[in-house]
Design a binder for this molecule. Sequence first.
Ligand SMILES: O=C(O)c1cccc(C(=O)CC[C@H]2O[C@@H](n3cnc4c(=O)[nH]cnc43)[C@H](O)[C@@H]2O)c1
Length: 237
Amino acid sequence: MTQIFDIDSHAAPVREKHGPGGRVLIVTAVAAEKEAVQRGLQGGSSAHVIAAGVGSAASAASTAAALAAAPGAYRLVISAGIGGGFGGKADIGSLVVADSIVAADLGAETPDCGFLSLDELGFGSSRIEVNEAWSNRVYDAIYSAGLSVCTGPALTVTTATGSAETTAALAGRVPGAASEGMEGHGVAVAASGFGIPVVELRAISNPVGPRDRAAWRIGDALAALEAATKAIREVIQ
Ligand SMILES: O=C(O)c1cccc(C(=O)CC[C@H]2O[C@@H](n3cnc4c(=O)[nH]cnc43)[C@H](O)[C@@H]2O)c1
């Protein structure tokens, strides 16, 4: 069976070395994102980086496993990766620091009222607030480094958007939506379960909209992710 989680690297945190709750856990989806983050951190951080797999379920399971393997070792979790950017908010190669993390397609479809979120169904909330102090620190460091960055809701979806209709529906559902990814909410649910603050950082590889695989700029997004990680190295030390 293919192993998608970074189980081996979960053993890395050492509480005695870094003090209780002293480290930052950075959760990416795939190896290319993990490597970009590691290049950004080079030579200056005790942060622990894992590639948790694509999607909310894989990222939640892997984040929870990493946190459970080192009780008290982490003070912050960052969900980081490439993502789609909403028009007028986040261009390709720019960065989004989430001000909230929203499971934007978690709910029920109805024939008369359209989409109903978890909140509307009475099952809790689809929105997780990020830690404001940490988000501000991360945003300020990226901005100060001269990188293009904005803040707004980061959407987590199960199916990557591929049409104008879905883009409009999501933008209507979540005013100010800035980015779309597939992991943030899973990482945030796991971190919240352990009482650890969470931040989401997305480097934009493509516009959210009608599918156009040729328009994807994964290299530019990975370069932006590396540069942003370098910029926040000191604040997450
Ligand atoms: O081939 C496609 O059309 C296609 C469309 C959207 C996403 C994919 C992926 O394989 C993405 C998986 C990976 O990348 C993140 N990501 C990047 N851009 C987006 C997006 O616009 N919407 C959702 N996720 C996106 C995502 O977090 C996954 O980790 C292929």
